[in-house]
Design a protein around this ligand. Structure first.
Ligand SMILES: Cc1cc2nc3c(=O)[nH]c(=O)nc-3n(C[C@H](O)[C@H](O)[C@H](O)COP(=O)(O)OP(=O)(O)OC[C@H]3O[C@@H](n4cnc5c(N)ncnc54)[C@H](O)[C@@H]3O)c2cc1C
Length: 347
């Protein structure tokens, strides 16, 4: 039986989600000689580990008595390096369309389209989205005068900025943008900040020097003349309403996951999770598999190590889907010459 042709585009698989389980899926596919394209709506890999708790220690990864969450992601990236996955970061997958001949076209919000042999959904809790400002009419200015991330700091020079939030992003940008901005107003709903103490101290210095205004309160409404936003009304915690001029409003309320388009792909769902079998972790649509927090089956536990197990079995399921004639047998990474070749280790 000929081996799976490595890197053959006809056999490549789309992995949706670059959390720990999606990354380990790349490894398990790579061991079987199957190339992966990895999509994530975030610009960074690591899913919840990188986004929600990068500095926290994890104690239940086998053989690693303690491992930082970001360290786990870094180790996974190192482990999959030999398989040269192609990353499509900052790209939310919005469509997965069967072509009727067993293959799929994966489409993203940014317009990328890719034809693949199979799909693994490793989307965790869903695509992370920024928490929005939440005042009437804000959508009309999102992407122009209301931003949820800074794309180009230089463009903000000389502008009047109102920054919302109390975590690291809001504080870091307040401190970074204050020197070049025309004015910076930081708005946070309570007195305690969640950011690094050194950055809070720097922000307070800038406030004392008159470079930053600070208001404890929440956004109430936008001030605009039709298409042009010129400010925001803040309801202060002290009961005073403040009207603050703004050319740009920057909002850093963090990210929240959204199942989003996955619910529209015609896959069987159980309580917002994808129903899979426990032999190969295939969904109700042949050729579409699901691993990690996004799936459900009797006894499911949302743990990283469960997702790793699921990825190993899903890889065999995918191999069988792509190459039904191929005889499957288990090889050990310790002794298999073909796996050594794929891993780039000398025999
Ligand atoms: C504070 C905290 C502590 C934890 N501690 C532990 C622990 O000690 N041990 C343990 O085992 N587990 C722990 N967990 C749980 C663990 O983090 C999750 O089980 C794990 O992250 C699931 O990995 P995943 O790859 O399935 O999904 P995720 O990590 O959620 O990653 C999914 C990725 O998919 C992306 N995505 C979703 N939809 C799309 C789409 N349509 N297009 C493109 N990208 C998409 C998301 O942006 C995300 O990056 C903890 C969780 C939290 C919040």
């Amino acid at each position: 039986m000929p081996d799976v042709p490595e890197g053959d585009p006809a056999t490549s698989v789309a992995v949706i989600g670059a959390g720990p389980c999606g990354l380990f899926q790349v490894f398990e596919l790579g061991l079987l000689g199957i190339q992966a394209h990895v999509f994530d709506s975030l610009k960074v890999v690591g899913g919840q580990c990188a986004e929600l708790y990068p500095d926290k220690p994890i104690y239940d990864i086998p053989a690693l008595p303690v491992c930082g969450a970001q360290e786990l992601v870094d180790r996974l990236m190192q482990q999959i390096h030999p398989f040269k996955p192609q990353f499509h970061l900052g790209e939310e997958v919005t469509t997965v369309l069967p072509d009727g001949a067993g293959r799929f076209t994966v489409g993203t919000a940014g317009g990328t389209e890719l034809s693949v042999g199979a799909v693994v959904i490793a989307a965790g809790l869903g695509a992370f989205q920024p928490r929005r400002l939440g005042v009437p009419g804000a959508e009309a200015f999102e992407g122009t005068q209301i931003q949820y991330r800074v794309r180009d700091a230089q463009q903000l020079a000389g502008q009047r900025l109102v920054i919302f939030g109390g975590g690291d992003s809001a504080l870091d940008w307040t401190v970074a943008l204050a020197p070049a901005a025309r004015s910076v107003t930081l708005v946070h709903r309570r007195a305690q900040f969640r950011g690094a103490p050194a950055t809070v101290a720097r922000m307070r210095e800038l406030q004392a020097a008159g470079r930053v205004q600070y208001i404890e309160g929440t956004a109430e409404s936008l001030l605009h003349d039709g298409d042009a936003l010129h400010g925001v009304r803040i309801k202060g915690n002290d009961g005073i309403a403040h009207e603050v001029h703004a050319d740009q409003i920057l909002v850093f309320f963090g990210l929240h996951p959204k199942l989003g388009p996955i619910a529209q792909w015609g896959l069987a769902l159980e309580r917002k999770a994808l129903a899979v079998d426990t032999e190969q972790f295939q969904t109700s649509v042949p050729g579409i598999f699901a691993v990690g927090d996004i799936n459900t089956y009797p006894g499911k536990k949302k743990l990283i190590l469960s997702g790793f197990h699921e990825a190993a079995l899903a890889a065999f399921g995918i191999q069988h889907y792509l190459f039904p004639q191929k005889k499957q047998f288990l090889q050990y990474t310790t002794t298999s010459p073909i796996m050594h070749k794929r891993l780039g280790v000398p025999d």
